[in-house]
Write a protein that binds this ligand. Structure first.
Ligand code: PMP
Length: 424
C-alpha cells in the first residue's frame, strides 16, 4: 500500500471528476467555477474540443518521438506557429517540459553566450522549484529553505513594488533602478553579469505588474553592458495579461524569452526563444532531455495557438480582465481589509492588509478557503501569502466573470462576518 506524500500541500480538497471550459466538476457532485486554471495553464479552458482532438489524433500517430533522436511534425509546426507571435529577432527556439527546466535552459544559454557567471533577479520573482530555478526564486523563503546549498552566482535587486514601499510607481521605479546600479558597484560588476531575469508581472510573488519604465530601464542597461535580458513569460505569456506577451505592455524586448504553461492548455511543454546568433553561442547538445518537446504536447500547443488566434482570446483576456478588475475594485470599496486590487488582464491579485498596514495573511487564507465553499476555486500568492489571485481561463465569459466576482464577494463577506461575530 502507498499514499501520496505529506509533502503535497493542496489549496482545495476538491477531487476532480471532469472539467470543461471554466468549470471543474468534482466527485462530490459540485460544480466549481475555476479561477485557478491549474496555475494559469489551461488557457483555452479545460478540455477545449480542438485541443482534445489534436492530442487524440497525435496519440494514434506517435507519442514519444524523442527529439534528440528523431524529429517530429508537431514540433516543426509549433515552431512555425510560435514564429508568428515571437518578438522580432527571436527566431530560434528550444523546447523542454516545465517552466523550471526552461528557466534553467535560459540561464545555461545566457552564461554560455556571454561567458559571464552572474544572474541578477528581482525581489519577489518566482522562477521554479528545481534547485537552480529555486536559487533564482525570491517569491518566498519556502521555495528555497531547507535544502541549501543553492546555486551560486545569483544576486537580487529590489523590485519596484510601489504599494509595499508606499511610493508612487515612478518613484518606485527610480528607486529600484538606482539600487540595481548600486548592485553593479557593490556585488556584481556588469562584466561579470550574464543576465537579468524578470517576470513581466510577478506571479507567485504577488501578482504585481512590472512597471513598463522598469522593463525599459533594464533594457537600457542590458544594451549598455552586453547583459542578456531574459523575460520569464511562463505565467504572463500567451494572452494572459491582455497582450500576447506580458512584456508587450512596455517597449522593452527580451534577448531570451521563456514560455510554458498556457502554451499547450495543460500538456507539459516549455520553450526558450532567442536570436539564432545568441543560440549559436551554446554548444550543440548543451540543451536536451528525454521528454522535451513531446509530440502530443506539441500538437496540443499548435491547436492552442490556433484557438487563441481564431477565438480572439488575447482581446477577450483584456476585456474580461477589465471587467474582473472593476468588479474587484467595487468589492474593495465595501471591504477596506482589501488594501490593493491590481493586475493585467486575467491575472488579478487582491492584497489583504491589516489596519496597521501589515500583510493580513489570516484573512487572505480564510477567504481563499471560503471561496471553495462558494464554488469558486482560487489560490493565494505573495511572499507572505496575503494575496488572493484570480486566474480565469482566456475563454471566460462575461457571465462567468460576474458570477466569479459575486462568489468572491460572498467569500469575503462570510470571512469578515465571521471575524466580526468572533470579535463581539
Ligand atoms: N516561472 C514562472 C513565472 C512561473 O509562474 C512558474 C510556475 N508557477 C515557473 C517559472 C516554474 O514552472 P514549473 O512549475 O512548470 O516548473
Amino acid at each position: 500500500m502507498a499514499n501520496l506524500s505529506p509533502a503535497l500541500k493542496q489549496a482545495t480538497p476538491v477531487v476532480v471528476d471532469h472539467a470543461l471550459g471554466s468549470w471543474i466538476y468534482g466527485t462530490d457532485g459540485v460544480d466549481y467555477l475555476d479561477f485557478t486554471t491549474g496555475i494559469g495553464v489551461t488557457s483555452t479552458g479545460h478540455c477545449h474540443p480542438k485541443v482534445v482532438e489534436a492530442a487524440r489524433e497525435q496519440v494514434g500517430k506517435i507519442i514519444h518521438a524523442q527529439y534528440t533522436t528523431v524529429m517530429h511534425k508537431p514540433l516543426l509546426a509549433l515552431t512555425d506557429k510560435l514564429g508568428e507571435v515571437l518578438p522580432a529577432g527571436l527566431d530560434s527556439v528550444f523546447y523542454a517540459n516545465s517552466g523550471s527546466e526552461a528557466v534553467e535552459a535560459a540561464i545555461r544559454l545566457a552564461r554560455m553566450a556571454t561567458g559571464r557567471p552572474n544572474i541578477v533577479v528581482f525581489q519577489g520573482g518566482f522562477h521554479g522549484r528545481t534547485v537552480a530555478a529555486a536559487s533564482l526564486t525570491t517569491a518566498g523563503t519556502k521555495f528555497s529553505a531547507g535544502f541549501s546549498p543553492l546555486m551560486s552566482g545569483v544576486h537580487m535587486a529590489p523590485f519596484p513594488y510601489a504599494y509595499r514601499y508606499g511610493l508612487d510607481e515612478a518613484a518606485a521605479v527610480e528607486f529600484a533602478l538606482r539600487e540595481l546600479d548600486y548592485l553593479f558597484k557593490t556585488r556584481t560588476a556588469p562584466n561579470d553579469t550574464a543576465a537579468f531575469l524578470i517576470e513581466p508581472a510577478l506571479g507567485d510573488g504577488g501578482y504585481l505588474p512590472t512597471p513598463p519604465a522598469f522593463m525599459e530601464g533594464l533594457r537600457e542597461r542590458a544594451d549598455q553592458f552586453g547583459i542578456k535580458l531574459i523575460f520569464d513569460e511562463v505565467q504572463a505569456g500567451v494572452g494572459r495579461t491582455g497582450k500576447f506577451w506580458g512584456h508587450q505592455h512596455s517597449t522593452a524586448t527580451p534577448d531570451i524569452l521563456i514560455t510554458a504553461k498556457g502554451i499547450a492548455s495543460g500538456f507539459p511543454i516549455s520553450a526558450i526563444a532567442a536570436s539564432t546568433a545568441t543560440m549559436s553561442k551554446a554548444w550543440p547538445g548543451s540543451q536536451g532531455g528525454t521528454y522535451g518537446g513531446n509530440a502530443v504536447a506539441a500538437a496540443a500547443g499548435v491547436a492552442t495557438l490556433q484557438v487563441v488566434e481564431e477565438e480572439g482570446l488575447v482581446e477577450n483576456a483584456r476585456v474580461r480582465g477589465e471587467q474582473l478588475q472593476a468588479g474587484l475594485r467595487s468589492v474593495q470599496e465595501r471591504f477596506p481589509i482589501i488594501g490593493d486590487v491590481r493586475g493585467l488582464g486575467l491575472m488579478q491579485g487582491i492584497e489583504f492588509t491589516a489596519a496597521d498596514g501589515t500583510p493580513d495573511v489570516d484573512t487572505a487564507a480564510a477567504v481563499q478557503q471560503e471561496t471553495t465553499r462558494q464554488q469558486l476555486l482560487t489560490l493565494t500568492c505573495g511572499p507572505a501569502g496575503n494575496v488572493v489571485r484570480l486566474i480565469p481561463a482566456l475563454v471566460v465569459t462575461e457571465d462567468e466573470i460576474t458570477l466569479g466576482v459575486e462568489r468572491f464577494e460572498a467569500a469575503v463577506a462570510a470571512v469578515i462576518g465571521a471575524v466580526a461575530v468572533g470579535a463581539s
